[in-house]
Design a protein around this ligand. Structure first.
Ligand code: SF4
Length: 248
């Protein structure tokens, strides 16, 4: 059985708001449970019972059935969370079912847990977001799958996405990238932490633009470092369109 987040289990079509597939129409499948507790996580309801979340248990066939019955079915899927890979072999039947039914699959994970061989063989695109110090000390220390993924995946099938909240994150990222042998071949997406709220608790687009500009300025000033990487500075498109509301 697969555990989906009870609040947002399957929703769409909406847009992929991040990374190299930004703007792509997709349906999201939100998995329940995560081995991390990042300080700025924007899906705390999908992490675990300690964060107030709830899940439903469902089979791969039931998920397929639901996808087919959606008012506007979409063949592009984003398997997100939580951390979908944390469900390990329980996820394999779903990956096989979706592959056999010709869905395109992107998996979003932080890269703490090595994917199964079935996932490696059939997932079309991986978005891996190792954490930086602002996420928390335990999270920042765990980049366990980065070497494995870069050794076994093609550059068109994998991106790395980093939430850069401050200068400590930025310098930590620069310091750590050099310890990975193949990471230069893959897109490296930098995005500001996206929870800029104004006094009335609304998303502050002006402040967000300023954070993007600051990030761009840092990368530009350090271009001698970044030129050997496939670096891209991107916003979260869903934040620009919908602010802190959910993307439905
Ligand atoms: S890894 Fe992702 S889902 Fe898990 S706590 Fe961190 S931001 Fe949230």
């Amino acid at each position: 059985m697969i555990r989906l987040d009870k609040l947002e289990g399957i929703f769409g079509p909406t847009i992929q708001g991040e990374g190299v597939n930004i703007g792509m129409p997709v349906t999201f499948i939100r998995f329940y449970g995560c081995d991390f507790r990042c300080s700025w996580c924007d899906t705390p309801f999908a992490l675990g019972k300690d964060m107030g979340g709830e899940y439903e248990e469902i089979t791969a066939d039931d998920i397929l059935h639901r996808l087919r019955r959606m008012p506007v079915p979409c063949k592009n899927l984003v398997l997100s969370g939580g951390n979908p890979v944390a469900q390990q072999k329980n996820l394999d039947p779903l990956i096989l079912t979706l592959m056999q039914n010709r869905y395109w699959m992107q998996v979003e994970t932080q890269g703490s847990i090595k994917p199964t061989q079935t996932m490696m063989d059939h997932v079309n695109f991986w978005s891996v977001s190792p954490k930086l110090p602002s996420a928390g000390e335990r999270e920042w220390k765990n980049w366990n799958s980065v070497d494995y993924l870069t050794k076994h995946l093609h550059p068109t099938a994998l991106q790395f996405k980093f939430v850069v909240a401050d200068m400590t994150d930025y310098e930590a990222l620069k310091g750590r990238l050099g310890s990975f042998n193949f990471i230069q071949m893959f897109p490296i997406i930098l995005q500001p932490e996206g929870q800029q709220l104004d006094e009335s608790d609304k998303f502050d687009l002006t402040l967000y633009s300023k954070c993007l500009d600051d990030l761009y300025s840092r990368v530009r000033a350090d271009f001698a470092f970044w030129r050997v990487y496939d670096v891209r500075i991107l916003p979260q498109l869903h934040k620009i369109i919908w602010g802190k509301e959910r993307r439905r």
